[in-house]
Design a protein around this ligand. Structure first.
Ligand code: AMP
Ligand code: MG
Length: 486
């Protein structure tokens, strides 16, 4: 495995001292992903592979590093965060010819650990594994889960918990906060090296543009606008959109107290630590722009030698966010509703649908799925809607059908099939995620994890006999809060 960061100066990272864990065991190895990454799954599952995946002992040629970064956490700047419980093993070229980095989270203390133990609890590990693989199956850019491990050790949180590690693959682990780290130190040389490194990896065309760093910033803005639009379209709430948890690659990264919304409510917040709802569902686009503005500020010294010019450039790049986000979001909504072409009333149609969903406390995922059936496109009301819900939706259904008639002449059957390919049947429901974690940590039972993973691998396809995975929680099953659990 290569270590591309080796080519960067030492102030970018810290080499760790490994602390072997008691008894590393695989909970799960993602064999198809291993193959895609060109890694030998049998070797990974063997003693030497496990020693590497658990950051206990590295094979010759693997030089893990903890990366430096800073970040705004809930709006407050921290000039030194870094990989306090993660190690970058190195990078590989995958079977599509793309560079991918492999990182272990929960790997032990590093120079960036501050007061933390450098470890992770098994619960959040399984949550990240399941949620990130579910996002990948849904078609959303994301880091991928390669392996989940039990460490055989106990970590102390509010109570003693079984320890775990997740090994993940990412286009890179460069964050907005990585740029902020060098900007905060007025280390323009470091900033330039980092920007060149990130540009080569994520926006190679930008290097040939008239203003390469401006083109790079524009590409990050575009990638984030597209990403957050995807989140909004499936009801995903990241939960901790700190600038250190935003990758410049445009992949969803650092799954903490993230969750999918059940009942539609734009103000939904799950994270227990997000007291003021800074990272609520509806705030995600504006927070993404806030974070990108921090990136633009960090990049100012590279954008132009002339300060005013640099500010102008950064504003030009940031101004693209709004249009890009709305174009992606509205295109996605049209696809979810089976609409062809664009019509003036579309925005109103989307807005009224969401309002009606909120007023009837309807399930976000299941409402779109219910609309994606042949019979509904032929004029029926979804069979499982209770009478008051059907009544509340009647005026909207009429508007929607009028709008459908304006578009092309697609047969209801084809239109319904297309809608089902973008409106998932299965998302990782919070109450099932919590039950899966409880089974794993209280009863050493990993069967629910495996079964959920299998269901979520095909989210758009109805799977007979698995209705419980599509059902919203009952009032007593409803999960109010999710925790970082770090
Ligand atoms: P996160 O909450 O994962 O975004 O992490 C924020 C910062 O806290 C990062 O610098 C992490 O490396 C650090 N951190 C989180 N948990 C631990 C831990 N158990 N030990 C050491 N550092 C940690
Ligand atoms: Mg993080």
């Amino acid at each position: 495995m290569r270590q591309s960061y080796d080519g960067l100066p030492e102030r970018f990272y810290a080499p760790p001292e490994l602390t072997p864990v008691a008894d590393a065991r695989l909970v799960h190895l993602n064999r198809p992903l291993a193959a895609e990454l060109g890694l030998d799954a049998d070797w990974l599952a063997g003693p030497e592979g496990l020693a590497m995946l658990s950051a206990s002992h590295m094979p010759p040629g693997v030089r893990p590093l903890a990366l430096a970064y800073a970040g705004h956490q809930f709006g407050h700047f921290v000039s030194r965060l870094g990989d306090g419980r993660a190690l970058l093993l190195g990078d590989v070229r995958d079977s599509h010819g793309h560079e991918r980095e492999i990182q272990i989270k929960g790997s032990g203390r590093t120079a960036f650990s501050r007061r933390g133990d450098g470890r992770a609890a098994l619960g959040p590990v399984l949550r990240e594994y399941l949620l990130s693989e579910s996002m990948a199956a849904l078609g959303v850019p994301t880091t991928r889960a390669l392996a989940a491990l039990r460490t055989g050790e106990t970590v102390m949180r509010e109570k003693p918990l079984p320890g775990g590690m997740i090994v993940r693959a990412a286009a890179s682990h460069i964050r907005v906060g990585t740029f902020q780290y060098f900007a905060a130190r007025q280390d323009v040389a470091g900033l330039r090296l980092l920007a060149d490194f990130a540009m080569a990896r994520h926006a190679p065309d930008a290097a040939r543009a008239e203003h390469p760093y401006l083109a790079f910033l524009e590409s990050v803005v575009a990638a984030q606008a597209a990403l957050v639009a995807r989140w909004m379209l499936i009801g995903f709430i990241h939960g901790v959109m700190n600038t250190d948890n935003m990758a410049v690659s445009g992949e969803t990264i650092d799954y903490g107290p993230c969750a999918f919304m059940d009942q539609y409510d734009p103000a939904t917040v799950f994270s227990f630590i997000d007291e003021h709802g800074r990272y609520a569902y509806t705030n995600q686009p504006s927070i993404a722009l806030w974070n990108l503005t921090r990136l633009a500020e960090a990049l100012l010294p590279l954008l132009s030698e002339d300060e005013d010019r640099a500010v102008e450039h950064s504003q030009q790049a940031l101004a693209g966010f709004h249009t890009r986000f709305h174009d992606a979001y509205f295109a996605g909504m049209r696809a979810k509703l089976g609409l062809e072409g664009e019509a003036e009333q579309d925005e109103t149609l989307f807005h009224t649908l969401l309002q009606t969903m909120q007023a009837t406390q309807s399930d976000f995922t299941n409402t779109f799925r219910a609309l994606s059936h042949d019979a509904v496109l032929e004029g029926a009301t979804p069979a499982d809607w209770p009478q008051p819900v059907a009544e509340a939706f009647a005026p909207w259904l009429a508007q929607w059908r009028q709008r459908l008639a304006q578009g092309g002449q697609a047969a209801p059957h084809d239109r319904a099939a297309r809608m089902r390919s973008v409106n998932p049947c299965y998302i990782p429901r919070n109450h099932l995620v919590e039950a899966m974690i409880a089974a794993a940590i209280e009863h050493d039972d990993d069967a629910p994890f495996r079964e959920m993973l299998a269901v979520l691998a095909n989210p758009y396809e109805h799977q007979p006999g698995r209705d419980r995975y599509a059902a919203p929680p009952t009032p007593d099953e409803r999960v109010r809060y999710t925790y970082c659990g770090t």
